[in-house]
Design a protein around this ligand. Structure first.
Ligand code: ADP
Length: 398
């Protein structure tokens, strides 16, 4: 069965068509600037050339219509007609406490996702628009919602409660949820396979280090803690997000800079992290690595602070799980940057980590990168959130 995976943002839409039986990618692409001037679709059939077409898309229904045309078109098509798309898997950012697993989309499910909109006002409404557009254009095709938060729903209370009046949890469900769950789940399962160990008997720490970044602790097959919170702003220093800060900074800055709370929050989301720390130089870790190698002070302080924060979370999760069998690196930076892996692992002497420099220099493959005698293993594992969504979807509709 072919599964269409949709990741719908407010003005963009990423898609992949995956054959669930072989797990092979059939085609992928991206619609950008939906509802804005200059919208365009790029489309790449597996093994073929990427083609980008500038074409108007007034809304997400237009975008999905173009995606389906590309997938079935005479010239570009990879399937004969829409009947060859057996199901659609939708990435949904926030499932609140309602969804601890993926689920087949029904009217009630849509209602429940809508109830989580308050928790992710930028993401969930866009995800819902994607579902609505697909249901219009592919009536009768089963659809599945796969939540970024679901994997973390196993966290115990002591990990997910904030130290604020309990009534705010009761009234508004203010608590830590965590994100990137599909990636943390995929990578931790893959780690057990690579290590040839039972997933339920391992203590794993997964460092998902991309533009957005988070760490999770997975003990005996269950997530027991993760670094993102009510929103993706908490935790690590990220590309443009601040991660953990003293909340009093917000009022302090509002007063000093004469800005509103939402202006400061916008800065914490979009102008902070490594972009902010480097004095506005770049949010791209490749640029920062180059500048670091050249000895630029702004890059040194930024990368040092980034790596230190990751190492601090790893240490916290070793304590939370009373040990760790393996630390896994994934996502853009985690999969590709031997530089950052080495910097983080330099803090892990107490775990008996001994990195193999040659293995650590490799990138983008499933690999144990520690020496044979390393007491704790370190792995790099390329994440594949789309494949994980396709698997979840297939499992629910087959
Ligand atoms: P997201 O999905 O959150 O946008 P990604 O997982 O694609 O992010 O990661 C993007 C980040 O990964 C960028 O900051 C980029 O610089 C970094 N990255 C990608 N390739 C490399 C590389 N070879 N070396 C260092 N960093 C890299």
């Amino acid at each position: 069965m072919n599964i269409l995976v949709i990741n719908c943002g407010s003005s963009s839409l990423k898609f992949q068509l995956i054959d669930a039986a072989t797990e092979k990618l059939i085609a992928k692409g991206l619609c950008e600037r939906i509802g804005i001037d200059g919208s365009q679709i790029s489309y790449t059939p597996a093994g073929g050339q990427k083609e980008t077409t500038v074409t108007p898309m007034k809304d997400h229904t237009d975008a999905i219509r173009l995606v389906l045309e590309a997938l079935t078109g005479e010239k570009t098509g990879v399937v004969k007609d829409l009947k060859e798309i057996g199901a659609v898997g939708h990435r949904i950012v926030h499932g609140g406490e309602r969804f601890a697993a993926s689920t087949v989309i029904t009217d009630e499910v849509i209602e429940a996702i809508t109830e989580c909109n308050d928790l992710a006002p930028l993401h969930n409404p866009a995800n819902l628009i994607g579902i609505d557009a697909c249901r219009k254009l592919m009536p009768g095709t089963p659809m599945v919602a796969v939540f970024d938060t679901a994997f973390h729903q196993t966290m115990p209370k002591e990990a997910y409660l904030y130290g604020i009046p309990y009534e705010y949890y009761e009234k508004y469900k203010i608590r830590r949820y965590g994100f990137h769950g599909t990636s943390h789940s995929y990578v931790s399962h893959r780690a057990a396979e690579i290590l040839q160990k039972d997933y339920k008997e391992l203590k794993l720490i997964v460092c998902h280090l991309g533009n957005g970044a988070s760490v999770s602790a997975v003990k005996n097959g269950k997530c027991v803690d993760t670094s993102m919170g009510l929103t993706p702003l908490e935790g690590l220093i990220m590309g443009t997000r601040s991660g953990d800060i003293d909340p009093a900074i917000i009022e302090f800055l509002c007063n000093k800079e004469n800005k509103s709370v939402s202006e400061i929050l916008n800065e914490l989301n979009k102008k902070s992290g490594v972009l902010g720390l480097s004095g506005g130089f770049s949010s791209d870790f490749r640029d920062l690595e180059d500048a670091y190698e050249k000895g630029e002070e702004f890059a040194i302080r930024t990368m040092d602070a980034f790596a230190y924060r990751v190492a601090k979370y790893v240490g916290a999760y070793v304590a939370a799980m009373n040990g760790v069998d393996a630390v896994c690196f994934t996502a853009g930076l985690g999969e590709n940057s031997g530089f950052i892996r080495k910097k983080i692992c330099a803090y892990l002497g107490y775990l008996g980590v001994s990195l193999d420099p040659e293995l650590n220099a490799r990138r983008g493959e499933d690999l144990v990168i520690t020496t044979k005698d390393s007491r704790t293993k370190v792995l790099m594992i390329p994440t594949n959130e789309e494949l994980a969504i396709a698997r979840e979807t297939f499992a629910l509709v087959k």
